[in-house]
Design a binder for this molecule. Structure first.
Ligand code: ADP
Length: 493
């Protein structure tokens, strides 16, 4: 399909003073490859460190140094390409210090209807480049006290930090196929998720390992493309949404006033929530790339590419479909569980040989809920999959009620230990002994004669009785047995 042909859903149209408009978006995502060393040198690619700690003479572009391509980085870029279907890796070339690996023309995928747009966001190319350096400034204060008088001098200077220079960056460029801020946000979220699954990029937007340049234009629905502006280096999904909304309205304002859009590069100011001009088109596209005679064209052997392809992990959408099918989960729950590869693995450890829905329930509601509250990730959970599985087993075989299970979870979270042992040692076993339940039911009925009268005409009050008996048993009575007994005694079906 021609990019221009797709018209936004009506709900995404923007009402202007003179009629409706739609937004057209194309994204260039820059993702730093998770590699220990840089693209053309053995210097560390680790984040942080003191300025210029991680620099080799190749990264500093000293004359006469021979770059050596990092095979691992190329492998990661290939994996990313292969993760978009139909899988194909075409031409290979090496010009300047950019490796360009052309991907398939069309990335069709996702059985997930909520990411319908994904099938439309075509990725014409993924290329890899060595990252640039950054400048930093510093102020230093020194004081000295000469014999006669004291002076304080403040000096400021700026310097170049080459730590980031030469780190491999994947550039993933989409066609102008997206039509709303939500689509663009969903697109980057999905890209990030896939790269995290593949381990090609950690997706950490705050640290700058994932950033997006957003090309925004507006047009009358279905009309020819308008002139675009490019918002550089947006480093949070939330800011992306804000930047797109602001920029689209700015352009509509200009056009409705009879003006025209200058193609330019803009910056998003998160504090003010607005975009502002950075540089015009003339300067924007001159990156001064030129062929590097020290880099020979890269030939990717078919067998090598095949080997990467066969080692790709199960991707989020496939995993989600499998979770729905084999564990009987709702699409929503399956989506939550596959969001991160490590949480999906944790879930599968809990669910192995158990009821999938029950396992999902405990992982999502109790475990994730608790982790969120404490700002912990799944990798920092104090309750292991084996422990959580044991709790699910204890409920399943009727040893404890769901309510007691929550207490057991709490004890395991704070004090550690085996759930089964905790239940034994603290006498938390569910009372299924019918004579004990009979006695508790009889006591509650005897103590509440007026309510016994009421429940005969208002059977919904049964819940109140169940609650009273449960309370009297310290939560240990089996609720089903209590309810059955009460119905029998009160003559309710
Ligand atoms: P160039 O070669 O000038 O960099 P490209 O055609 O490669 O331009 O496009 C760069 C980015 O801009 C791509 O992500 C593309 O989808 C996007 N883009 C192109 N035209 C438009 C437009 N009219 N509106 C929004 N985005 C656009």
């Amino acid at each position: 399909m021609d990019s221009a042909a797709r018209i936004a859903d009506k709900k995404d149209w923007i009402k202007g003073a003179t009629g409706d408009w739609e937004i057209v978006l194309g994204l260039e995502v820059h993702a730093q490859v998770l590699a220990r060393s840089k693209l053309f040198s053995a210097a560390s690619a680790e984040f942080g460190g003191d300025p210029n700690d991680h620099v080799s003479i190749v990264d500093a572009a000293m004359p006469g140094m021979l770059p050596v391509i990092n095979e691992f980085c190329v492998e990661q870029a290939c994996a990313r390409v292969l993760a978009s279907r139909p899988r194909s890796i075409g031409s290979r070339s090496s010009t300047a210090r950019i490796i360009s690996i052309r991907t398939c023309r069309r990335a069709t995928r996702s059985p997930n209807t909520s990411s319908r747009w994904w099938a439309r966001a075509r990725l014409p190319s993924i290329s890899m480049a060595a990252g640039a350096s950054k400048s930093a400034s510093s102020a230093s204060t020194s004081s000295r006290t000469p014999a006669s008088r004291s002076t304080i001098s403040i000096r400021a200077w700026s310097f170049v930090d080459l730590n980031r220079s030469g780190c491999a960056l994947m550039e993933i460029v989409s066609k102008p196929d997206m039509r709303s801020a939500d689509e663009a946000k969903a697109y980057v979220t999905k890209l990030r998720q896939i790269m995290r699954y593949l381990g090609t990029c950690d997706g950490n937007m705050e640290q700058g390992s994932l950033r997006a340049d957003i090309n925004v234009s507006v047009r009358r629905p279905g009309a020819a493309f308008g002139t675009r502006c490019e918002i550089k280096n947006v480093n949070s999904i939330r800011f992306m949404g804000q930047a797109i909304e602001y920029e689209a309205r700015r352009q509509i304002g200009i056009l409705e006033d009879g003006g025209s859009i200058d193609q330019e590069t803009r910056l998003f100011d998160a504090r003010k929530g607005e975009t502002r001009s950075m540089r015009s088109k003339e300067e924007a596209h001159d990156y001064r790339y030129f062929p590097d005679p020290d880099l020979l064209p890269l030939e990717l052997e078919e067998a090598w590419v095949k080997a990467i392809e066969s080692s790709l992990p199960e991707l989020p959408d496939e995993k989600k479909a499998r979770f729905i099918k084999s564990y009987g989960l709702s699409p929503y729950d399956a989506g939550v569980l596959v969001a991160e590869r490590s949480s999906s693995a944790f879930f599968e450890d809990v669910a192995k040989g158990r009821d999938g829905k029950q396992a999902a329930n405990w992982v999502i509601n109790e475990l994730f809920g608790r982790l969120n509250k404490e700002g912990k990730t799944i990798d920092e959970t104090p309750v292991s999959a084996a422990q959580l599985g044991e709790i699910v087993d204890l409920i399943g075989d009727g040893t404890i009620s769901g309510k007691i299970a929550k207490d057991v979870f709490e004890i395991v979270w704070t004090e550690a230990g085996s759930p089964r042992k905790i239940v034994e040692e603290r006498g938390l076993k569910q009372v299924t002994d019918s004579s004990a339940i009979d006695r508790a039911v009889a006591d509650i009925l005897a103590a509440n004669p007026d309510k016994v009268e009421q429940v005969k005409t208002k059977p919904t009050m049964l819940g109140w009785f169940v609650g009273q008996v449960m309370k009297a048993s310290g939560g240990k009575a089996n609720p089903q047995a209590v309810s059955d007994k009460l119905r029998e005694r009160l003559g309710i079906n």
